[in-house]
Design a protein. Structure first.
Length: 378
């Protein structure tokens, strides 16, 4: 996602101008002119992202996420960083933060996490990047400040790209401290990376969260285990909060299943829809989505399974228009013109101003024309 890359580049440089509490601060300095310029650029990028239509807006979810970062925030910050979280409609595993405390988490990350403690691991990691001002080290590595400014303005370079392995490891370590101080079960940090590794292997797709510049998920799991043993935290219990996490994030989970479906990531979409149905078993939208996965995947018996899912979705919520449209298409292709016509008509009755009205009306005309030809024997 090009916009996310531009944001990452800004994040990698802007931290030069932020402050943090004494327990987590890094020794940094920056000229006032550069700080002012970079803050302005970051503000523009953040505003552009928030107005881009990419933000998944669900107030209850945002309140939940912001409550978590407040719990994670070290007590000695004294208001110097204001952490807040928004969710991006993107099915890839990723999360990133501005050095002023703005954190963005993809729906793809939320969809693959299993509980609040694992979510806290991700959020605390991003908070640690801002608290430790890692970006200044990357900025200094560029050496040429003019070139750095061009890189930001162009937004299409990896020169200030993802954090180095050592900085990622430090963010994991500091983030784990924040997580433990907030009362979360630190073992869930270990479980998180093992779980994400399994997910990535199952789906066999490249993820931004798994890049060559970062430690592998397996290495991060081992680093977490080593850190826990070194600090005497191994075996420590703490908050997990699985049920509340699933309840608060289920809307984003279903949204991500739709996004995965659009990308042709059928296995991920199916698993997410099934996970959603374990939380909300009577939701027709998730059942319809399973029908779409079966239909679009095109495997043997897919149409038969899709039809069953559409019919089940209709029985669960007769006022939901989408399965009528999908069922009508299957019926039309099967030559069931009378049934197809009824399904298309019902879809338009329930959703008369939908964007594909002309498309469905075209099928209605074809149903009538086919029926008329059969009636005349032609």
């Amino acid at each position: 996602m090009k916009h996310a890359l531009r944001l990452l580049i800004l994040c990698c440089i802007l931290a030069a101008g932020t402050r943090a509490g004494p327990l987590y601060a890094a020794e940094v300095s920056a000229s006032p002119e550069d700080v002012e310029w970079l803050l302005l650029r970051a503000s523009e990028e953040e505003q552009a992202l928030n107005k881009s239509g990419l933000i998944y807006e669900e107030p209850d979810l945002e309140r939940y996420l912001n409550r978590i970062v407040r719990n994670l925030q070290p007590s000695d910050l004294h208001g110097e960083l204001s952490f807040r979280v928004k969710v991006i409609k993107d099915p890839h595993l990723n999360a990133f933060a501005f050095p002023d405390g703005a954190i963005y988490v993809n729906t793809g990350m939320l969809a693959r996490i299993e509980n609040e403690a694992q979510l806290a691991t991700i959020l605390a990691h991003e908070m640690a990047h801002a608290l430790r001002r890692h970006a200044l080290k990357i900025l200094r590595a560029l050496k040429d400040r003019a070139a750095a400014r061009v890189a930001i303005q162009e937004g299409f370079t990896q020169s200030a790209g993802p954090y180095s392995r050592s900085l990622e490891q430090e963010a994991d370590r500091v983030g784990l401290e924040l997580m433990i101080n907030a009362g979360y079960n630190p073992q869930e940090g270990v479980e998180l990376f093992g779980h994400l590794e399994n997910e990535s292997m199952k789906e066999k797709i490249h993820e931004p969260f798994v890049s060559e510049t970062r430690p592998s998920l397996r290495d991060r799991m081992r680093n977490f285990e080593a850190f826990l043993h070194a600090r005497g935290y191994a075996g420590m219990s703490g908050i997990k909060h699985r049920e509340i996490f699933l309840l608060k994030t289920k809307g984003a989970l279903l949204e991500n299943a739709r996004l995965d479906l659009k990308l042709g990531r059928f296995t991920a979409a199916r698993r997410e829809a099934e996970k959603y149905l374990r939380i909300a078993p009577c939701d027709a939208k998730a059942v319809y989505l399973l029908g779409e996965v079966s239909r679009l995947r095109g495997r043997d018996g897919g149409i038969h399974r899709a039809r069953a899912f559409y019919e089940k979705a209709i029985s669960m919520d007769p006022s939901y228009a989408e399965p009528y449209r999908a069922l009508g298409l299957i019926q039309y292709k099967a030559g069931e013109m009378v049934l197809a016509r009824k399904s298309f008509q019902r879809c338009l009755l329930l959703s008369p101003h939908r964007p594909d009205v002309a498309y469905i009306q075209g099928y209605l005309r074809k149903c009538d024309e086919t029926g008329a030809r059969k009636g005349t024997g032609s």
